[in-house]
Design a protein around this ligand. Structure first.
Ligand code: ATP
Length: 115
């Protein structure tokens, strides 16, 4: 039980670290809060909530993984290295793809309610 509580505490520390150090993570949380408010306001359907929650959490998850990869690369080397650049850039690319998808899904859900 103690191990389980500790794992939970360490994971929460990781999330707190991302919130404190990553501006992008805070922006993504803001967009999530805005989307949830719009969802409540427009009373979107169950399937729309599922799509919204899945796509938003995917962005947040990938941002945390990206942060973790960045820290790992910084820990491994402080020098410029093309491989380090590729590792960081591909991780950032994953976040970008998820963010674009989440904007598209958000538009598909909310545009019919707005107009
Ligand atoms: N050691 C390195 N070798 C080569 N290129 C690097 C290296 N470190 C960073 N870069 C390049 O700089 C970009 C930005 O890296 P950086 O770690 O500063 O990311 P960031 O998004 O500014 O994250 P943070 O602000 O959290 O540190 C990377 O995507 C990569 O292209």
């Amino acid at each position: 039980m103690r191990r389980l509580i500790n794992s939970f505490r360490f994971a929460c520390n990781g999330i707190r670290y991302a919130i404190h150090t990553q501006q992008n993570f805070r922006i993504q949380l803001f967009f999530l809060a805005a989307a949830v408010s719009l969802g409540i306001c427009f009373q979107i359907s169950e399937i729309e909530w599922i799509a919204l929650i899945l796509t938003s959490s995917l962005v947040l998850i990938l941002e945390i993984v990206n942060t973790s990869i960045e820290r790992l690369v910084d820990f491994m080397t402080s020098e410029y290295h093309p491989k380090a650049e590729q590792v960081k850039d591909t991780a950032a690319g994953a976040v970008l793809i998820a963010s674009i998808m989440s904007v598209i899904i958000g538009l598909i859900i909310f545009i019919p309610y707005i107009f």
